[in-house]
Design a protein around this ligand. Structure first.
Ligand SMILES: [Zn+2]
Length: 428
């Protein structure tokens, strides 16, 4: 077996597939897999599966029955395609097939996948159908050159990443599909820029805080107890104590952008008193409840229990200091930070390939938000995983989202070379 790879030949072959890559990206964008509710997952999964089956992949479909949002109308459909070679490791390329809502402010048709110059526009072009298309072209090119490769090559298209991945990667990891020992190395072609290797992400804790009050006639507020004023006291302590405390915590994780190198807390929403869901005049009432959703992003140096305790201690302090202050707090969602070692095989393989293709050193980064790597790490027990793919991170979820064709070509070259390195490393 020839274990060296001819970089010039990879470059030539992938350059020659430019039209195929453009058409594939356009076809994927034109399937409007909007989540929520999870439209056209079945169509998109079968589109991918049919193509891989024509390349002699074994194709399997997994519907995540019972996962959030799964119904007969909106099945959480996933596709996993595997190309069997000889003995050796399995390299897996995982892309989510869902895209977020279109939103306002588009000049382009979000599902026409118009090619203008070097850009293909559309919802999901950058996040992440461009990355999915690049990985498919990388794998197909590789198979033309090395039909008798060692190990196994997998391509997956998974559901619901944008809503937590429970009907997608988490489900497949629980089944043992996207897990050790079935697979060994994972590349997730999320849009992190073609010269950057994303090692992981910060942690997440979402919670709902409710302050309690006492209802009364609004003309005599002294007879009641206003929950909104109690929440104002919470906000004041956030400003005076919590935000400065969070800003003082810096991580050694290479998080981008720079502002995300510290702990952060976003107040996602707040509502007190009468429901907003009415037209016309309100009735005079003292608010007996005020609810706030917080979105705390934490660092690998922090423990989730401490992150929670900081907020609970602040609230308990108010209960001691402030008359009639009472609250409840409820966990909504949590993700532990994850970061792959810089010396891990997949990091090394992709970094070296970036240097070979782009002639500059790769940059190691960590994502400010989370993505499906958390499930592969925690449930699948597989730590040799990164995100690497074409597209500019800040364009994700924006109006007039696009992906550049040259970025897809370059990253496809990087993926094909990395694939070769990883498949052959165990046998060397
Ligand atoms: Zn994404």
């Amino acid at each position: 077996m020839n274990r060296t790879i001819d970089i010039d030949e990879i470059n030539r072959r992938i350059d020659a597939k430019k039209e195929d890559l453009i058409a594939l990206t356009q076809d994927l964008i034109r399937i409007p897999t909007i989540n929520p509710p999870g439209e056209f997952y079945d169509d998109c999964a079968h589109f991918i599966g049919d193509r891989m089956a024509r390349r002699d992949f074994t194709v399997e479909y997994f519907r995540a029955e019972g996962s959030p949002g799964d119904t007969d109308q909106y099945p959480r459909m996933n596709i996993v395609a595997r190309h069997h070679g000889g003995a050796g490791p399995c390299v897996h390329f995982n892309s989510h097939i869902d895209v977020v809502a279109v939103g306002k402010g588009w000049q382009q048709d979000p599902f026409a996948a118009t090619l203008q110059g070097d850009r293909i526009y559309g919802r999901g072009a950058c996040d992440m159908k461009g990355g999915l298309a690049a990985s498919i072209i990388a794998v197909e090119t590789y198979l033309e050159m090395f039909p008798d490769h060692p190990g196994a090559i997998e391509i997956s298209g998974t559901a619901d990443e944008e809503s937590g991945g429970y009907g997608g990667v988490a489900y497949l990891a629980e089944l043992g599909i996207m897990a050790k020992p079935r697979i060994d190395h994972v590349i997730i072609p999320e849009p992190l820029d073609k010269d950057r290797v994303c090692l992981g992400h910060r942690g997440v804790w979402w919670a709902e805080i409710e302050t309690k009050g006492h209802i009364a006639h609004g003309s005599m507020p002294f007879d009641g107890d206003c929950a909104v004023r109690h929440m104002a006291a919470v906000l004041a302590r956030f400003e005076s104590e919590l935000f400065p405390h969070l800003a003082s915590k810096r991580t050694d994780m290479p998080v981008v952008p720079d502002g995300a190198k510290q702990s952060t807390l976003n107040i996602n929403s707040m509502h007190g008193g009468e429901s907003e869901a009415f037209e016309g005049l309100p009735t005079p009432l003292v608010a007996d409840s005020c609810r706030m959703i917080i979105d705390r992003r934490f660092l690998i140096e922090e423990q989730l229990a401490t992150v929670k305790q900081e907020v609970v201690s602040l609230l308990d302090g108010l209960r001691a200091d402030r008359e009639r202050f009472d609250y409840t707090i409820r966990d909504l969602f949590e993700v532990i930070p994850t970061m792959t070692d810089e010396h891990a095989p997949v990091v090394q393989a992709v970094s070296q390939a970036i240097e070979q293709v782009l002639h500059k050193p790769a940059t190691m980064v960590v994502s400010p938000g989370t993505y499906d790597q958390k499930h592969i790490d925690r449930i699948g027990k597989l730590s040799d995983c990164i995100a690497y793919g074409p597209g500019i991170l800040t364009l994700a979820h924006q109006p007039d989202e696009y992906v550049e064709v040259q970025d897809m070509i370059d990253s496809a070259k990087v993926m094909a070379i990395s694939l070769h390195t990883l498949l052959n490393a165990a046998q060397a």
